[in-house]
Design a protein around this ligand. Structure first.
Ligand code: SRM
Ligand code: SF4
Length: 571
């Protein structure tokens, strides 16, 4: 007997976001009026949400919020923009244009590389918003659907070595991104002064009320899992024959966010649905999205993502619906292995004879620091580089496709501007934090500003216990349980609760295929360092040969393994 599935809109009273999407006239709202309103730097309640579908978030600097309130000033409203860059590929010409905009027209002057292979501008004031979109449009970049209840920027493994396979995977990331984009003309009308894109206002895939919640997609080239596929709703894992892409293993239902104190929320790995051949990729993508569109919870946004839909209706029921909608039957999963997530720093030679330089950018923040003019350095490279630049999902940057003759020149610039630093430890390279303060309105604790010193302290602990320099622990800090820094796939994950208070999670693995488990709740960074010190001491003394920290804490019973999140994560 066919199981009855309750549609997402029948699960309870609709959330207010459903009303505002319905009333928005395909994402237009009254944004244009708000733009003209010079009395406030902000947007009204509905437009505050709607601008997200256009890739922007309204923010203010939390460091100066109280001071401004004392002076009876409204918060210094501004927007953060997140660009759409499938696979993170950007040309030097585009880079120079975004560098110019960040320097001249944003409050912070920085370019922030994100955990989803794109860049953000922080601190763009209302009078500069249109200029920003028009600047981006003039260089072939947009910010459509990088936020809001839609399919977000599509990730693709940054694998510069197997150049041909990477190129094919990247092309699919771009095709999937285009296929799942909103079709509304709103973006062009509002930001590009009525210049029309060739679209209608029908939304055959996303629907007129768009998706119940954000939706994330990746294309992965094993064995690298640098995109952290288990953080994503829909994943296409490349299957190659003789170095050529022939199809994808499809995994559905990953996601990392949770809410403190709400056990109905949890980080969850994606499930394997099966193998498909290449020509079915877009149909499967659309079928997964439309199934989630119709079945995802539209009443409670905390339980609205695909991961909860799968756990509510059952994996098999969801999968059968995808097969029904696409007319494609999944074949059994083809063997594949994910082994690592780190970027490969320094120079690598691709099989096409081109050279690729991966630069470590701490926290992805490109800015000119005293003695370390990182942003200028990348711009100087872009001025002479003939290949492309690739942002990685670990917030780093690859100078890709360098001919042999330019290698030395580029390396020199990188050294001179602090972009190549031989003293950077492997531990630092394997550590990551989300943005958090001062721009993120949801931050409960520091993350980006906290990480550098914290890593120095952890480096000291590893040294004290004679852990060799070529080993590290995947360490991630995230300023609140939304999990933007992907702490919920780390060997050591810190999740912010309050200023200098974090929950400490342990037990992810190197490949990113295991969710960690709570070890201690609501503790200070000093306490966390003490705990890490004693845990590393035990690891150093009792580990099996080559046993990673995350594997050790599970084998030793320090935390229990999370196998099925719904059952195990809060148990
Ligand atoms: Fe995120 C919201 C930053 C990757 C889960 N995220 C936010 C906002 C926009 C805060 C807000 O809603 O007002 C943050 C802006 C901070 C700022 O000032 O820039 C923010 N998220 C980021 C970035 C920039 C972190 C970074 O340090 O790089 C990443 C941008 C990605 C991109 O380019 O698209 C970023 N966010 C992630 C990830 C990691 C990933 O996707 O690989 C996650 C966890 C994976 C997942 O989705 O489960 C993530 N962000 C969230 C959530 C929780 C979603 C949920 O399922 O409940 C929120 C809050 C929300 O949506 O309500 C959020
Ligand atoms: Fe902000 Fe929380 Fe995301 Fe960090 S994890 S960027 S604090 S929403």
């Amino acid at each position: 007997m066919e199981k009855q599935v309750v549609l997402g809109e029948e699960l309870g009273p609709l959330s207010d976001n459903e009303r505002l999407k319905r009333e928005s006239n395909f994402l237009r709202g009254t944004i244009t009026n708000d733009l003209k309103n010079e009395i406030t730097g902000g947007f009204d309640a509905d437009n505050f949400q709607l601008i997200r579908f256009h890739g922007m978030y309204q923010q203010d600097d939390r460091d100066i919020r109280n001071e401004r309130a004392k002076q009876k000033l409204e918060p210094l409203h501004n927007v953060m923009l997140r660009a759409r860059m499938p696979g993170g590929v950007i040309t030097p010409k585009q880079w120079l244009a975004i560098d110019k905009f960040a320097t001249e027209s944003s409050l912070y002057g920085s370019i922030r590389l994100t955990t989803r292979q794109t860049f953000q501008f922080h601190g763009v004031l209302k009078p500069n918003i249109k200029l920003m979109h028009q600047t981006l449009n003039s260089i072939g970049i947009d910010s459509i659907a990088t936020a809001g209840d839609v399919n977000r920027n599509v990730l693709c493994s940054s694998n510069p070595v197997e150049s041909e396979l990477h190129q094919q995977a990247y092309e699919w990331a771009t095709k999937i991104s285009e296929h799942l984009l909103p079709k509304t003309r709103a973006y062009a009308e509002i930001w590009l002064d009525g210049e029309k894109l060739e679209t209608t206002d029908e939304e055959p895939i996303l629907g007129s009320n768009y998706l119940p919640r954000k939706f994330k997609t990746t294309v992965v080239v094993p064995p690298d899992n640098d995109v952290d596929l288990h953080a994503n709703d829909l994943n296409f894992v490349a299957v190659a024959k003789d170095g050529k892409l022939v199809g994808f293993n499809v995994l559905v239902g990953g996601g990392l966010a949770m809410t403190h104190g709400d056990n109905s929320t949890y980080p969850r790995k994606a499930d394997e649905f099966g193998y498909i051949s290449l020509e079915n990729t877009l149909d499967i993508a659309a079928a997964v999205v439309t199934t989630q569109r119709d079945w995802g919870n539209r009443s409670n946004r905390k339980n609205a993502k695909t991961k909860y839909t799968l756990d509510r209706v059952g994996i098999d029921v969801f999968k059968q619906e995808v097969e029904k909608r696409s007319g494609v039957s999944f074949e059994p999963i083809k063997p594949y292995q994910l082994t690592n997530r780190g970027d490969k720093f320094g120079w690598l030679e691709g099989i096409d004879g081109k050279h690729h330089l991966t630069l470590f950018i701490e926290n992805g923040r490109l800015l000119d620091y005293p003695g370390k003019p990182l942003k200028t350095g990348v711009a100087e490279i872009a001025k002479i580089h003939t290949g492309d630049l690739r942002m990685t999902a670990n917030q780093n940057l690859i100078v890709a496709g360098v001919p042999l003759k330019d290698k030395q020149k580029i390396e020199k610039i990188a050294f001179e501007h602090g972009l190549l630093d031989p003293t950077t430890s492997k531990q630092r390279q394997d550590s990551m934090a989300c943005v958090a303060y001062p721009t993120c309105p949801l931050a409960m604790a520091e993350a980006e500003r906290f990480l550098p010193q914290f890593v120095t302290d952890v480096e000291g602990i590893l040294k004290k216990h004679s852990i060799s320099d070529d080993e590290s622990i995947i360490l991630r800090v995230t300023g609140c349980p939304n999990g933007c820094g992907r702490a919920m796939l780390a060997e050591i994950g810190l999740v912010g609760k309050a200023p200098d208070r974090y929950n400490l999670y342990l037990g992810g693995n190197k490949a990113g295929t295991r969710v960690p488990k709570l070890y201690k709740e609501n503790i200070s960074s000093a306490q966390i360092l003490q705990d890490i010190d004693s845990l590393v001491e035990r690891w150093a003394a009792e580990r099996l040969a080559d046993e990673a920290f995350g594997d050790f804490v599970i084998r030793d019973g320090i935390v229990k393994e999370v196998i099925v999140s719904k059952r195990d994560f809060h148990a």
